[in-house]
Design a protein around this ligand. Structure first.
Ligand code: NAD
Length: 297
């Protein structure tokens, strides 16, 4: 194995330290405690785990955590009323509605009800438009985490050939937009892409966000390329046991790549760290403390 391992777990710990330092400064210098509200509708087990983890890490960095757990059959009106009250609450600087929502709720309507300046997931249409036009926005957490790791490893990304596999609104598209904003030449590949191996082989940077276990083999990777594996897939192994794997075949890709993120311990930990960072950014902007919002750099 030749690739350098990009340690997302360690990087996320550094991000959390910077967030905690900024939170402490906001408290002492301005008497402000950033607050993150997380709304969970229903009892999806994976969502419950994520929400618990988000709440715990929010408190660990010194912020206020507000959890709102609603029954699976909660009506759209009740959910929208809750969002309105969180939008108006000065103690809340970030609002996250855990997805997926139960089928009777319109996710687009619900997300677009969040005040854009409190939309720490960066999914509100206003933030999507701001990001798409290179303006200051709230940036979706998973792509932001990938970008921070890429910048840390490469320094400048300018002129790099980047291929993003996957075109979802939450990962693939914002990832491509961020890479474009950093002056990469970006290709977005997807399920209808012709000759995907050939497309991937041209990439200096590969971001895989597909949701198919170990889909990208090592012989698709250009020697020395950087591979960011967003995928989280649970697969069966022997004796009824399971394990987590990414969207890239780790061993064969690591043998060719210059750098690679593992699964677990790569992109995953960065996502919640970036959520915390986005909440602090939102808090700074809401309180017109914008000169201090670059606390991650
Ligand atoms: P999604 O299902 O919304 O999108 C998958 C994309 O992959 C689609 O755009 C589709 O066109 C593309 N695709 C499907 N089959 C393909 C194929 N054979 N070849 C090329 N492209 C193909 O998924 P998503 O929400 O973007 O998530 C992708 C993966 O990332 C999942 O494994 C998910 O669990 C993981 N994820 C991880 C984090 C994290 O924090 N690490 C966060 C979000 C998502």
């Amino acid at each position: 194995m030749s690739a350098q391992i990009i340690d997302g777990k360690a990087f996320a710990a550094t991000v959390r330290q910077k967030v905690a330092a900024k939170v402490s400064e906001l408290k002492t210098a301005h008497g402000i405690t950033p607050g993150l509200a997380v709304v969970l509708v229903g009892t999806d087990p994976a969502s419950q785990v994520y929400v618990r983890s988000k709440g715990k890490q929010t408190v660990q960095v010194g912020m206020n955590s507000f959890e709102h757990k609603l029954d699976a059959d909660t009506s759209e009106d009740v959910l929208l009323d809750l969002i309105d009250s969180l939008n108006a609450d000065p103690a809340v600087h970030g609002i996250l509605v855990q997805l997926p929502l139960p089928g009777h709720l319109d996710e687009t309507l619900v997300i677009n009800r969040i005040a854009p300046e409190k939309d720490v997931d960066g999914f509100h249409i206003a933030n999507v438009g701001l990001l798409g036009t290179g303006q200051k926005s709230m940036v979706p957490c998973t792509p932001l985490g990938c970008l921070l790791m890429l910048r840390d490893y490469h320094g400048s990304l300018s002129g790099k050939n980047a291929v993003v596999i996957g075109r979802s609104n939450i990962v693939g598209k914002p990832m491509a937009q961020l890479l474009l904003n950093d002056s990469c030449t970006v290709t977005i590949a997807h399920s209808r892409t012709a000759d995907l191996p050939d497309v991937v082989r041209r990439a200096d940077i590969v971001v895989a966000a597909v949701g198919r276990p170990e889909m990208v083999p090592g012989d698709w990777i250009k020697p020395g390329a950087t591979v960011i594996d967003v995928g989280i897939n649970r697969i069966d192994i022997e004796d009824g046991k399971t394990k987590l794997v990414g969207d890239v075949a780790y061993e064969s890709c690591a043998a060719v790549a210059g750098a690679i993120t593992p699964v677990p311990g790569g992109v995953g930990p960065m996502t919640i760290a970036c959520l915390l960072a986005n909440t602090v950014t939102a808090c700074c902007r809401i309180n017109n403390l914008t000169d201090g919002e670059d606390f991650l750099s």
